[in-house]
Design a protein around this ligand. Sequence first.
Ligand code: GDD
Ligand code: MN
Length: 377
Amino acid sequence: MNQAIRPGPDIAQQSSGQLQLSVVVPTFNERDNVTKLFHKLEATLSGVAWEVIFVDDNSPDGTWDVVRGLARQDSRVRCVRRVGRRGLSGACIEGILASSAPFAAVMDADLQHDETQLPKMLALLQSGQAELVVGSRYVEGGSADSFNKQRAGASALATEVAKRVLRVRVADPMSGFFMIRRDRFEELAPQLSTQGFKILLDIVATARGELRTVEVPYSFGSRLHGESKLDSLVALDFLGLVLAKLTNDVVSLRFLLFAMVGGTGLFVHLGTLYVALKLLDVPFGEAQAAGALVAMTSNFILNNFLTYRDQRLKGFAILRGLLAFYLVCSVGLFANVGVAFSVYKQQPIWWLAGAAGALMGVVWNYAMSGLFVWRKR
Ligand code: GDD
Ligand code: MN
Protein backbone atom coordinates (compact mmCIF):
# COMPACT_ATOMS: atom_id res chain seq x y z
CA MET A 1 0.00 0.00 0.00
CA ASN A 2 1.40 3.28 -1.01
CA GLN A 3 -1.03 5.79 0.34
CA ALA A 4 0.12 9.19 1.50
CA ILE A 5 -0.74 9.97 5.08
CA ARG A 6 -2.70 13.16 5.31
CA PRO A 7 -3.43 15.16 8.42
CA GLY A 8 -6.99 14.89 9.70
CA PRO A 9 -9.37 17.47 8.26
CA ASP A 10 -9.74 19.31 11.53
CA ILE A 11 -6.05 19.86 12.04
CA ALA A 12 -5.61 20.87 8.40
CA GLN A 13 -8.36 23.44 8.82
CA GLN A 14 -6.63 25.12 11.74
CA SER A 15 -5.48 28.61 10.97
CA SER A 16 -1.80 28.07 11.64
CA GLY A 17 -1.74 24.46 10.46
CA GLN A 18 1.05 23.25 12.73
CA LEU A 19 -0.13 21.55 15.88
CA GLN A 20 0.64 23.75 18.89
CA LEU A 21 -0.90 22.14 21.93
CA SER A 22 -1.62 18.60 23.07
CA VAL A 23 -3.96 18.31 26.04
CA VAL A 24 -3.48 15.05 27.92
CA VAL A 25 -6.36 13.87 30.06
CA PRO A 26 -5.97 10.76 32.21
CA THR A 27 -9.31 9.08 32.78
CA PHE A 28 -10.73 6.37 34.94
CA ASN A 29 -14.52 6.08 35.04
CA GLU A 30 -15.23 9.50 33.59
CA ARG A 31 -17.71 8.60 30.88
CA ASP A 32 -20.13 11.38 31.81
CA ASN A 33 -17.42 14.05 31.83
CA VAL A 34 -15.34 13.60 28.69
CA THR A 35 -17.79 14.98 26.13
CA LYS A 36 -18.42 18.09 28.20
CA LEU A 37 -14.67 18.60 28.63
CA PHE A 38 -14.10 18.22 24.90
CA HIS A 39 -16.67 20.91 24.11
CA LYS A 40 -15.16 23.22 26.70
CA LEU A 41 -11.72 22.73 25.16
CA GLU A 42 -13.14 23.38 21.74
CA ALA A 43 -14.64 26.66 22.90
CA THR A 44 -11.62 27.90 24.77
CA LEU A 45 -8.95 26.85 22.26
CA SER A 46 -10.68 28.20 19.17
CA GLY A 47 -7.61 30.10 17.94
CA VAL A 48 -5.15 27.30 18.59
CA ALA A 49 -4.19 24.15 16.66
CA TRP A 50 -4.70 21.57 19.38
CA GLU A 51 -5.40 17.91 20.05
CA VAL A 52 -6.63 16.07 23.11
CA ILE A 53 -5.34 12.66 24.15
CA PHE A 54 -7.42 10.76 26.65
CA VAL A 55 -5.44 8.04 28.40
CA ASP A 56 -7.93 5.59 29.83
CA ASP A 57 -7.03 2.63 32.01
CA ASN A 58 -9.72 0.42 30.58
CA SER A 59 -12.44 2.03 32.71
CA PRO A 60 -15.23 -0.38 33.66
CA ASP A 61 -17.74 2.34 32.77
CA GLY A 62 -16.47 2.33 29.19
CA THR A 63 -15.02 5.86 29.12
CA TRP A 64 -12.78 4.72 26.25
CA ASP A 65 -15.86 3.91 24.21
CA VAL A 66 -17.24 7.43 24.62
CA VAL A 67 -13.83 8.87 23.71
CA ARG A 68 -13.66 6.64 20.61
CA GLY A 69 -17.04 8.04 19.58
CA LEU A 70 -15.71 11.59 19.89
CA ALA A 71 -12.55 10.65 18.02
CA ARG A 72 -14.51 9.21 15.13
CA GLN A 73 -16.17 12.57 14.63
CA ASP A 74 -13.18 14.78 15.29
CA SER A 75 -9.61 13.79 14.54
CA ARG A 76 -8.31 16.18 17.19
CA VAL A 77 -9.43 13.60 19.73
CA ARG A 78 -7.39 10.50 20.43
CA CYS A 79 -7.85 7.65 22.82
CA VAL A 80 -5.05 5.64 24.39
CA ARG A 81 -6.63 2.65 26.08
CA ARG A 82 -4.32 0.84 28.48
CA VAL A 83 -5.20 -2.62 29.70
CA GLY A 84 -3.92 -4.35 32.84
CA ARG A 85 -2.47 -1.14 34.22
CA ARG A 86 -3.50 1.58 36.61
CA GLY A 87 -1.92 4.81 37.64
CA LEU A 88 -2.40 8.49 37.07
CA SER A 89 1.29 9.37 36.60
CA GLY A 90 1.96 6.55 34.18
CA ALA A 91 -1.10 7.53 32.16
CA CYS A 92 0.05 11.16 31.92
CA ILE A 93 3.56 10.13 30.90
CA GLU A 94 2.30 7.86 28.16
CA GLY A 95 -0.13 10.50 26.97
CA ILE A 96 2.55 13.17 26.69
CA LEU A 97 4.93 10.79 24.96
CA ALA A 98 2.18 9.92 22.49
CA SER A 99 1.57 13.58 21.70
CA SER A 100 3.23 15.57 18.99
CA ALA A 101 2.67 19.26 19.68
CA PRO A 102 5.59 21.28 21.05
CA PHE A 103 3.58 21.91 24.23
CA ALA A 104 1.60 19.48 26.36
CA ALA A 105 -0.95 20.19 29.07
CA VAL A 106 -2.23 17.77 31.68
CA MET A 107 -5.65 18.15 33.30
CA ASP A 108 -8.40 16.23 35.07
CA ALA A 109 -11.37 15.02 33.06
CA ASP A 110 -13.89 16.11 35.66
CA LEU A 111 -13.82 19.88 34.97
CA GLN A 112 -12.13 20.65 38.28
CA HIS A 113 -9.31 22.34 36.40
CA ASP A 114 -10.12 25.66 34.76
CA GLU A 115 -9.59 25.10 31.05
CA THR A 116 -9.95 28.81 30.29
CA GLN A 117 -6.41 29.23 31.67
CA LEU A 118 -4.97 27.14 28.85
CA PRO A 119 -4.46 29.95 26.29
CA LYS A 120 -2.64 32.04 28.88
CA MET A 121 -0.48 29.07 29.87
CA LEU A 122 0.32 28.38 26.23
CA ALA A 123 1.29 32.01 25.61
CA LEU A 124 3.75 31.88 28.51
CA LEU A 125 5.44 28.84 27.00
CA GLN A 126 5.39 30.13 23.44
CA SER A 127 6.96 33.44 24.41
CA GLY A 128 9.78 31.54 26.12
CA GLN A 129 9.00 33.11 29.51
CA ALA A 130 8.48 29.64 30.91
CA GLU A 131 9.25 26.01 30.17
CA LEU A 132 6.68 24.83 32.67
CA VAL A 133 3.45 26.57 33.66
CA VAL A 134 1.65 25.36 36.75
CA GLY A 135 -2.03 25.95 37.37
CA SER A 136 -1.75 26.89 41.01
CA ARG A 137 -4.26 26.95 43.83
CA TYR A 138 -1.79 28.44 46.26
CA VAL A 139 -0.72 31.69 44.65
CA GLU A 140 -2.58 35.00 44.89
CA GLY A 141 -5.89 34.60 43.07
CA GLY A 142 -5.99 30.81 43.25
CA SER A 143 -8.09 28.68 45.60
CA ALA A 144 -9.15 25.19 46.51
CA ASP A 145 -12.45 25.89 48.22
CA SER A 146 -14.02 22.69 47.00
CA PHE A 147 -11.66 20.66 49.22
CA ASN A 148 -13.05 19.37 52.48
CA LYS A 149 -11.09 20.09 55.66
CA GLN A 150 -9.33 16.76 55.68
CA ARG A 151 -8.22 16.94 52.09
CA ALA A 152 -7.14 20.57 52.44
CA GLY A 153 -4.99 19.62 55.46
CA ALA A 154 -3.41 16.67 53.66
CA SER A 155 -2.68 18.78 50.62
CA ALA A 156 -1.08 21.53 52.72
CA LEU A 157 1.04 19.01 54.63
CA ALA A 158 2.24 17.27 51.47
CA THR A 159 3.08 20.63 49.92
CA GLU A 160 5.10 21.62 52.99
CA VAL A 161 7.00 18.32 53.00
CA ALA A 162 7.74 18.60 49.30
CA LYS A 163 9.05 22.12 49.71
CA ARG A 164 11.26 21.38 52.68
CA VAL A 165 12.52 17.91 51.93
CA LEU A 166 12.82 18.11 48.15
CA ARG A 167 13.53 21.86 48.11
CA VAL A 168 10.88 22.39 45.50
CA ARG A 169 10.22 26.07 44.88
CA VAL A 170 6.73 25.87 43.45
CA ALA A 171 3.76 27.04 45.52
CA ASP A 172 1.53 24.18 44.35
CA PRO A 173 3.68 21.17 43.42
CA MET A 174 0.68 18.88 44.06
CA SER A 175 -1.32 20.43 41.26
CA GLY A 176 -2.63 18.07 38.63
CA PHE A 177 -2.96 20.94 36.15
CA PHE A 178 0.08 22.13 34.20
CA MET A 179 1.58 22.70 30.78
CA ILE A 180 5.14 21.90 29.74
CA ARG A 181 7.45 22.07 26.74
CA ARG A 182 7.40 18.59 25.32
CA ASP A 183 11.12 18.49 24.53
CA ARG A 184 11.97 19.30 28.15
CA PHE A 185 9.51 16.68 29.31
CA GLU A 186 11.04 14.04 27.08
CA GLU A 187 14.46 14.69 28.60
CA LEU A 188 13.04 14.05 32.06
CA ALA A 189 10.68 11.21 31.17
CA PRO A 190 13.09 8.30 31.69
CA GLN A 191 13.63 9.37 35.30
CA LEU A 192 9.97 9.83 36.20
CA SER A 193 8.02 7.36 38.28
CA THR A 194 5.04 5.74 36.61
CA GLN A 195 3.65 4.73 39.97
CA GLY A 196 1.58 7.12 42.00
CA PHE A 197 -0.16 10.31 41.04
CA LYS A 198 2.19 13.21 41.81
CA ILE A 199 3.55 13.70 38.35
CA LEU A 200 4.11 17.43 38.62
CA LEU A 201 6.06 17.08 41.86
CA ASP A 202 8.11 14.36 40.19
CA ILE A 203 8.85 16.59 37.20
CA VAL A 204 9.84 19.56 39.34
CA ALA A 205 11.95 17.49 41.74
CA THR A 206 13.66 15.59 38.93
CA ALA A 207 14.48 18.80 37.06
CA ARG A 208 16.19 20.15 40.21
CA GLY A 209 15.38 23.77 39.56
CA GLU A 210 16.42 23.58 35.91
CA LEU A 211 12.94 24.25 34.55
CA ARG A 212 11.89 27.87 34.22
CA THR A 213 8.53 27.78 35.96
CA VAL A 214 5.65 30.22 36.13
CA GLU A 215 2.50 29.68 38.17
CA VAL A 216 -0.90 30.94 37.12
CA PRO A 217 -3.67 31.08 39.70
CA TYR A 218 -6.92 29.22 39.21
CA SER A 219 -9.66 28.01 41.49
CA PHE A 220 -10.00 24.30 41.86
CA GLY A 221 -13.65 23.60 41.12
CA SER A 222 -16.00 20.81 42.13
CA ARG A 223 -16.09 17.56 40.27
CA LEU A 224 -18.89 17.40 37.67
CA HIS A 225 -19.85 13.70 37.69
CA GLY A 226 -18.44 10.68 39.46
CA GLU A 227 -16.05 10.60 42.40
CA SER A 228 -12.38 11.19 43.16
CA LYS A 229 -10.09 8.24 42.51
CA LEU A 230 -7.61 9.32 45.14
CA ASP A 231 -8.00 7.37 48.38
CA SER A 232 -6.11 7.73 51.64
CA LEU A 233 -3.46 5.30 50.40
CA VAL A 234 -2.14 7.98 48.04
CA ALA A 235 -0.23 9.24 51.08
CA LEU A 236 1.94 6.16 50.59
CA ASP A 237 2.58 7.01 46.96
CA PHE A 238 3.58 10.47 48.02
CA LEU A 239 6.05 9.21 50.63
CA GLY A 240 7.46 6.81 48.10
CA LEU A 241 8.07 9.56 45.61
CA VAL A 242 9.78 11.73 48.22
CA LEU A 243 12.00 8.79 49.19
CA ALA A 244 12.88 7.88 45.64
CA LYS A 245 13.82 11.47 44.81
CA LEU A 246 15.82 11.85 48.03
CA THR A 247 17.84 8.71 47.37
CA ASN A 248 18.29 9.28 43.64
CA ASP A 249 15.97 6.38 42.86
CA VAL A 250 18.04 3.88 44.83
CA VAL A 251 15.10 3.13 47.07
CA SER A 252 11.83 2.41 45.33
CA LEU A 253 8.60 2.64 47.26
CA ARG A 254 7.58 -0.80 46.12
CA PHE A 255 10.71 -2.37 47.48
CA LEU A 256 10.45 -0.40 50.69
CA LEU A 257 6.83 -1.42 51.21
CA PHE A 258 7.72 -5.01 50.41
CA ALA A 259 10.51 -4.96 52.99
CA MET A 260 8.24 -3.27 55.55
CA VAL A 261 5.56 -5.88 55.01
CA GLY A 262 8.30 -8.49 55.47
CA GLY A 263 9.12 -6.79 58.78
CA THR A 264 5.53 -7.09 59.95
CA GLY A 265 5.73 -10.76 58.95
CA LEU A 266 8.33 -11.30 61.64
CA PHE A 267 5.88 -10.14 64.31
CA VAL A 268 3.06 -12.21 62.85
CA HIS A 269 5.38 -15.21 62.86
CA LEU A 270 6.41 -14.71 66.49
CA GLY A 271 2.82 -14.06 67.53
CA THR A 272 1.61 -17.24 65.89
CA LEU A 273 4.49 -19.19 67.38
CA TYR A 274 3.57 -17.89 70.82
CA VAL A 275 -0.10 -18.74 70.48
CA ALA A 276 0.64 -22.21 69.09
CA LEU A 277 3.27 -23.04 71.70
CA LYS A 278 1.89 -21.48 74.83
CA LEU A 279 -1.85 -21.51 74.33
CA LEU A 280 -2.44 -24.48 72.05
CA ASP A 281 0.41 -26.71 73.21
CA VAL A 282 1.55 -27.46 69.68
CA PRO A 283 5.06 -29.02 69.46
CA PHE A 284 7.80 -26.58 68.43
CA GLY A 285 8.39 -27.90 64.90
CA GLU A 286 4.73 -27.66 63.93
CA ALA A 287 4.31 -24.33 65.69
CA GLN A 288 7.26 -22.89 63.79
CA ALA A 289 5.86 -24.17 60.49
CA ALA A 290 2.45 -22.68 61.32
CA GLY A 291 4.14 -19.37 62.15
CA ALA A 292 5.87 -19.32 58.78
CA LEU A 293 2.66 -20.17 56.93
CA VAL A 294 0.58 -17.55 58.71
CA ALA A 295 3.31 -14.93 58.23
CA MET A 296 3.61 -15.70 54.51
CA THR A 297 -0.16 -15.48 54.15
CA SER A 298 -0.40 -12.17 55.95
CA ASN A 299 2.55 -10.83 53.93
CA PHE A 300 0.77 -11.85 50.77
CA ILE A 301 -2.46 -10.13 51.78
CA LEU A 302 -0.67 -6.93 52.82
CA ASN A 303 1.42 -6.86 49.66
CA ASN A 304 -1.66 -7.38 47.56
CA PHE A 305 -3.37 -4.55 49.39
CA LEU A 306 -0.51 -2.05 49.64
CA THR A 307 2.65 -2.85 47.73
CA TYR A 308 0.93 -3.96 44.56
CA ARG A 309 -2.35 -2.14 44.95
CA ASP A 310 -2.11 -0.91 41.37
CA GLN A 311 -1.93 -4.53 40.21
CA ARG A 312 -4.09 -6.07 42.91
CA LEU A 313 -5.02 -9.70 42.31
CA LYS A 314 -8.70 -10.41 42.50
CA GLY A 315 -10.94 -13.46 42.49
CA PHE A 316 -9.37 -16.73 41.50
CA ALA A 317 -6.04 -15.04 40.76
CA ILE A 318 -5.64 -14.52 44.51
CA LEU A 319 -5.37 -18.25 45.11
CA ARG A 320 -2.92 -18.78 42.28
CA GLY A 321 -0.91 -15.80 43.51
CA LEU A 322 -0.87 -17.04 47.07
CA LEU A 323 0.49 -20.44 46.02
CA ALA A 324 3.14 -18.80 43.85
CA PHE A 325 4.03 -16.54 46.78
CA TYR A 326 4.48 -19.54 49.12
CA LEU A 327 6.79 -21.07 46.56
CA VAL A 328 8.81 -17.91 46.01
CA CYS A 329 9.21 -17.37 49.76
CA SER A 330 10.24 -20.96 50.41
CA VAL A 331 13.06 -20.70 47.90
CA GLY A 332 13.85 -17.28 49.37
CA LEU A 333 14.33 -18.93 52.74
CA PHE A 334 16.95 -21.27 51.28
CA ALA A 335 18.71 -18.31 49.70
CA ASN A 336 18.58 -16.49 53.00
CA VAL A 337 20.05 -19.35 55.02
CA GLY A 338 22.63 -20.15 52.33
CA VAL A 339 23.97 -16.61 52.20
CA ALA A 340 23.95 -16.27 55.99
CA PHE A 341 25.95 -19.50 56.31
CA SER A 342 28.59 -18.54 53.80
CA VAL A 343 29.03 -15.09 55.33
CA TYR A 344 29.25 -16.64 58.78
CA LYS A 345 31.92 -19.10 57.62
CA GLN A 346 34.13 -16.26 56.41
CA GLN A 347 33.32 -13.83 59.18
CA PRO A 348 31.69 -15.32 62.25
CA ILE A 349 29.74 -12.21 63.21
CA TRP A 350 26.20 -13.40 63.88
CA TRP A 351 24.34 -10.16 63.16
CA LEU A 352 26.25 -9.48 59.96
CA ALA A 353 25.58 -12.97 58.64
CA GLY A 354 21.95 -12.77 59.77
CA ALA A 355 21.40 -9.38 58.15
CA ALA A 356 23.09 -10.47 54.90
CA GLY A 357 20.84 -13.53 54.78
CA ALA A 358 17.72 -11.50 55.49
CA LEU A 359 18.66 -8.96 52.82
CA MET A 360 19.24 -11.73 50.32
CA GLY A 361 15.88 -13.22 51.24
CA VAL A 362 13.93 -10.02 50.82
CA VAL A 363 15.65 -9.09 47.56
CA TRP A 364 14.98 -12.55 46.18
CA ASN A 365 11.36 -12.56 47.31
CA TYR A 366 10.85 -9.10 45.89
CA ALA A 367 12.38 -9.85 42.52
CA MET A 368 10.61 -13.18 42.14
CA SER A 369 7.25 -11.88 43.36
CA GLY A 370 7.39 -9.21 40.69
CA LEU A 371 8.02 -11.90 38.11
CA PHE A 372 5.70 -14.68 39.22
CA VAL A 373 3.08 -13.35 41.62
CA TRP A 374 2.20 -9.79 40.61
CA ARG A 375 3.55 -9.98 37.11
CA LYS A 376 2.52 -7.30 34.67
CA ARG A 377 0.12 -8.61 32.11
N1 GDD B 1 -5.73 6.65 33.35
C1 GDD B 1 -5.95 6.85 34.65
N2 GDD B 1 -5.55 5.89 35.53
N3 GDD B 1 -6.54 7.97 35.07
C2 GDD B 1 -6.75 8.12 36.40
C3 GDD B 1 -6.38 7.17 37.36
C4 GDD B 1 -5.74 5.98 36.89
O1 GDD B 1 -5.37 5.09 37.64
N4 GDD B 1 -6.74 7.63 38.59
C5 GDD B 1 -7.32 8.83 38.38
N5 GDD B 1 -7.35 9.12 37.07
C6 GDD B 1 -7.88 10.32 36.41
C7 GDD B 1 -9.28 10.70 36.83
O2 GDD B 1 -10.24 10.08 36.00
C8 GDD B 1 -9.26 12.21 36.63
O3 GDD B 1 -9.51 12.58 35.31
C9 GDD B 1 -7.82 12.57 36.99
O4 GDD B 1 -7.04 11.39 36.80
C10 GDD B 1 -7.65 13.05 38.44
O5 GDD B 1 -8.24 12.13 39.32
P1 GDD B 1 -9.35 12.59 40.38
O6 GDD B 1 -9.95 11.37 40.96
O7 GDD B 1 -10.26 13.58 39.76
O8 GDD B 1 -8.41 13.26 41.46
P2 GDD B 1 -8.73 14.50 42.38
O9 GDD B 1 -9.60 15.50 41.73
O10 GDD B 1 -9.14 14.01 43.70
O11 GDD B 1 -7.26 15.15 42.48
C11 GDD B 1 -6.80 15.89 41.38
O12 GDD B 1 -6.55 17.20 41.68
C12 GDD B 1 -5.52 17.42 42.60
C13 GDD B 1 -5.37 18.87 42.83
O13 GDD B 1 -5.16 19.54 41.62
C14 GDD B 1 -5.55 15.27 40.77
O14 GDD B 1 -5.24 15.93 39.57
C15 GDD B 1 -4.38 15.38 41.71
O15 GDD B 1 -3.22 14.93 41.07
C16 GDD B 1 -4.24 16.82 42.14
O16 GDD B 1 -3.30 16.89 43.17
MN1 MN C 1 -10.52 15.61 39.89
